[in-house]
Design a binder for this molecule. Sequence first.
Ligand code: CP
Length: 309
Amino acid sequence: MSELSVNHLLGIKYLKEQDINLIFETADHFKEVINRPIKKVPSLRDITIANLFFENSTRTRLSFELAEKRLSADVINFSAASSSVKKGETLIDTVNNILSMKVDMVVMRHPNPGAGVFLSKHVNASIVNAGDGAHEHPTQALLDSYSIRERLGEVKGKKVVIVGDILHSRVALSNIFALKLQGAEVKVCGPKTLIPKYIEKLGVQVETNLKKALNWCDIANMLRVQNERMEISYFPSTREYTQQFGVNKEILNSLDKEIVIMHPGPINRGVEITSDVADSDQAIILDQVQNGVAVRMAVIYLLASKIKQ
Ligand code: CP
């Protein structure tokens, strides 16, 4: 397979396993490029990309911008807080105004699930979903699987537990789709109130005992509790959440084996993960961030190749 089966990256659920393999092979090449003294290639000199962020971001926004610049694309950045969206402009009007400036690709983060799919049907540009509400965050799942492959050789056959607020997490859903597509086994672990009822239909098992989940897995992906998406309390207190679902050195040392710890960020230190774990050699959190640039370069490069045809 030499090209993606899709024209947009809207979610992992639209990809085939071969798409993921192609993205990873391309990312391997770009990872080598960004470790050279001159970290740039001229591949996308004729492409203009708009990064539209309607929701806060540190890692994803900077990682996409760097990936685009490493590929020599022209880049414009938009943040909702300082835009005319505040004056009542619709999403389609905002994006069409930006596209009239001859933009080829839109990378968008939006609080509403499905915003990227909606946009792809109404505007003439390649759309990359950089996180849409509690729905999907496809490039995060790709960089997570790429980091597992880098640390453990392959994703197929690996046992991954995703711990925390599964209900509000786009990272969890995209990771489940990506991991299952590549032949990994997946469990989720967290308070019952933060695990969606449909989860087992995705071929995922539920384990509410953290120690059992950690003893089963090769990799634990620790998620933050997304208080900003909660209108009610889903557990009695943060202290009790940490006691039951927080990972610390003591629990890791009590396991039969050494597991790999992941976290998509931002971390709430001392809540879902202690600092001594987050900063240990067992954790690949900063590798995930570093790999994000190469993986996003691969996604943008492969989608841009389809625009150019
Ligand atoms: N992992 C992630 O999406 O982080 P940001 O919200 O900082 O982009």
